[in-house]
Design a protein around this ligand. Structure first.
Ligand code: FMN
Length: 214
């Protein structure tokens, strides 16, 4: 399950409420995603009833990640507040890095004319026959709009993720970018996260023991 804090297509509910709600409702292991980026987050997820976490934003800024190196550095400089949550990028609710380019790309929903033009371009690029796409403009506008958004979004995502272009590109990213302070290797990150979680847990246990004896 994916909380509201997450990069790209998270749910409406934040992880703090979603994780325990899902953990109570199912009898299979729950992997918590959305806002987890360090040992404190891992420990929190475990105490909320998850069996583990999936970290997207945090691993995007590791040495092995396929993201352009310049974009990894941009993530390190961003705060937790610098994201936007919008339906006007790829047609689904999604969280993006807040930049002048992403604000410009999502400032209003696509008009009918723009939908028609973009759907035609996207269909052509994907080798789809044009006639059914154009017919659906009048019978299933939502479906065509998704195609249009998708066609418009892909080059912007490629510019950001593959070329590190913050001026024209748009980057999917989560609020956890505010917790990212470096670009370690994936192995270093996993070791650090587990160590932090263990240290916090023993700190909590110690505080409880001292509370009992004082
Ligand atoms: C760069 C990036 C691109 C992503 N792209 C997608 C996507 O296209 N579709 C999707 O459903 N989730 C996407 N995700 C979301 C992840 O699969 C994951 O659910 C999410 O990152 C977890 O939350 P977190 O970012 O707070 O760790 C993306 C995540 C990142 C960091």
């Amino acid at each position: 399950m994916t909380g509201h804090e997450a990069a790209a297509h998270g749910e409406e509910v934040t992880s703090l409420v979603l994780v325990p709600a899902v953990a109570r409702a199912v009898e299979i292991p729950v992997v918590a995603a959305g806002g987890f980026a360090d040992g404190a987050g891992l420990l929190a997820a475990l105490s909320l009833g998850a069996s583990g976490v999936a970290m997207g934003t945090r691993f995007a800024a590791t040495r092995e990640s396929g993201l352009h190196a310049a974009m990894k550095d941009v993530i390190v400089g961003k705060t937790a507040e610098e994201t936007i949550y919008t339906k006007n990028f790829d047609g689904m609710w999604a969280r993006l890095m807040r930049t002048p380019a992403s604000l410009q790309a999502t400032r209003r929903p696509m008009s009918f004319i723009e939908t028609a033009v973009r759907a035609t371009l996207a269909a052509r690029k994907m080798g789809m026959p044009l006639r059914p796409v154009l017919q659906r403009l009048f019978t299933n506008l939502d479906q065509v709009r998704l195609l249009s958004y998708f066609g418009a979004a892909i080059p912007k995502v490629e510019a950001a993720t593959l070329r590190g272009d913050v001026e024209r590109g748009v980057q999917f990213i989560g609020q956890a970018q505010g917790l990212v302070e470096d670009v370690p290797s994936a192995a270093e990150l996993v070791t650090r996260v587990v160590r932090e979680a263990e240290a916090r847990l023993s700190g909590l246990n110690q505080a409880q023991t001292e509370g009992r004896t004082s």
